[in-house]
Design a protein around this ligand. Structure first.
Ligand code: ADP
Length: 470
């Protein structure tokens, strides 16, 4: 048994940086949990708090039901594997793996048994007498894993363990770690910024951004039902195409209008839109999302998906062998402003069959698989689409909460701006008064105020006002 419960965990570094905000997660025995998100989102900090290497600012961490906030790392029964696997260069593989157990004064025969068993699991039995310098990167990483395995911990924590390896080795080690997890049947928590690692290894994935958990779900649910635009863009390569647009039509026939295009939403999708009346024929903008793999240039798809066909100009064709990527431009109501490629919402990437005949510079029709499109609120970035009718209330609640937050933030920002303005005005007034006083002493007249303001004061009047200000 090795379950973990993280309750309202916060981490504020002494520098004042809030690295993790209100992290809540229940991890069951034998789960493979992946923390994923861009660099600096708080993944490693969370992992290090679980390991006990970083103090928890507030909140509670339980391992197997026991509160461990104040338990020393060595007593948490956890093993950690780092990106920088730091093997002892002067020791053999065997000794590297046995070292931790020797320190714990484990009997020699038991150590021998554990090291050999771990070496067998990892397929490194033949390297036991070698020193690390005589091993490849992948073999060294396996030794680092072996060092963790021999401790037979309750929980394995892995912090970007594959990022030092080349792409081919990384994909090989990915499957090895998955196999290892199945074999050891222990709880794994794995940190990575690589969404492919997360999707292929995790039984559940925690997507993080700026210290906040965005969504916790199975890989396939993250892909199919991203809770917001960030998760939608983070999961999947190339990333989902996004277009600003509006919902128009009637409740029975809802269209998405973006650029110069108008596509019809399937009825099944319309049923799942939360607060449809807020968006339908109103000024409230939405983000229309479609994954590159849900775009097709095949005639049959264009015939089938008559209501989701748009016209694009193909800029670049990338033939990758197993598939072809088309980098296109949609017909947009462009304002003519120069935009960076990343910001240009008229860009569309299509992942099409490698036998596609579409060529660069062609203007072609493409079909959007509208059954798999996504819709987000442009302001809050939260999805408009529930997973099912039962899930609608949950999304609507989240949306309302975010709207409240946004309103509160806007109010706070306005209040702060007004305060700053008042402070600046007061300071200016103080400075002016000081200057006037100085000038009065020297017998110089105060500068004339602009015509629409108070009439110009004379030097004689000034001292009297100054004494009031004091
Ligand atoms: P990730 O693992 O997702 O890349 P980290 O958990 O390492 O992110 O960092 C989260 C945030 O906390 C970042 O803004 C980072 O700069 C900050 N941070 C990390 N370690 C420290 C530290 N020791 N002192 C102050 N700030 C830190």
């Amino acid at each position: 048994m090795s379950s973990l419960n993280l309750k309202n965990i916060f981490k504020v570094y002494p520098s004042g940086v809030t690295a993790v905000t209100d992290f809540n997660l229940d991890i069951e025995d034998k789960e493979f949990i992946v923390f994923v998100g861009p660099s600096g989102c708080g993944k490693s900090t969370t992992l290090r708090m679980i390991a006990g290497l970083e103090e928890i600012t507030s909140g509670e961490l339980y391992i197997d039901g026991t509160l461990v906030n104040n338990v020393a790392p060595k007593d948490r029964d956890i093993a950690m594997v780092f990106q920088n696997y730091a093997l002892y260069p002067h020791m053999t593989v065997y000794d590297n793996m046995a070292f931790g157990l020797k320190l714990r004064k484990m009997p020699k025969d038991q150590i021998d048994q554990r090291v050999k068993e771990a070496a067998r699991i990892l397929g490194i039995e033949m390297y036991l007498s070698r020193k690390p310098k005589a091993l490849s990167g992948g073999q060294r990483q396996r030794v680092a894993l072996g060092r963790a395995i021999v401790r037979e911990p309750k929980v394995f924590l892995l912090d970007e363990p594959l990022s030092n390896l080349d792409a081919k080795l990384r994909s090989q080690m990915r499957t090895e770690i998955t196999k290892l997890h199945n074999r050891l049947a222990t709880t794994f928590i794995y940190v990575t910024h690589d969404q492919i690692e997360a999707m292929t290894m995790g039984t559940r994935i925690v997507v993080m951004k700026d210290g906040f958990m965005q969504q916790v779900d199975t890989p396939i649910n993250l892909y199919d039902y991203p809770i917001n635009q960030f998760v939608a863009g983070f999961i999947g390569t190339p990333q989902m195409n996004f277009f600003s647009g509006k919902l128009t039509g009637t409740k029975a026939k809802v269209y998405v209008e973006f650029g110069k295009e108008k596509v019809l939403l399937p009825k099944d999708k319309v049923k799942l839109i939360c607060n449809l009346e807020k968006y339908l024929n109103t000024d409230r903008e939405i983000i229309f999302g479609i994954r590159p793999e849900d775009v097709s240039d095949e005639e049959i798809a264009i015939q089938d998906e008559k209501n989701g066909v748009i016209e694009v100009k193909v800029d670049v064709v990338e033939a990758l062998g197993s598939e072809t990527l088309l980098y296109c431009k949609i017909r947009s109501d462009d304002d003519g402003e120069e935009k960076s490629i990343a910001d240009d919402i008229s860009n569309l990437i299509a992942k099409v069959d490698s036998r596609s005949k579409t060529k660069r510079d062609e203007t072609v029709k493409i079909a959007l698989d509208m059954a798999h499109c996504h819709l987000f609120d442009k302001e809050t970035e939260i999805t408009l689409l529930a997973r099912s009718e039962d899930n609608k209330a949950e999304i609507e609640e989240l949306q309302a909460k975010r709207e409240e937050e946004e309103a509160r933030k806007a109010e706070e920002a306005a209040k702060k701006a007004a305060e700053e303005e008042a402070k600046a005005a007061a300071e200016l007034e103080k400075k002016m008064a000081k200057l006037a006083k100085k000038n009065a002493k020297k017998g110089i007249a105060a500068p004339a105020a602009p015509a629409e303001e108070a009439p110009a004061e004379t030097a004689e009047e000034k001292p009297a006002e100054d004494s009031e200000n004091k």
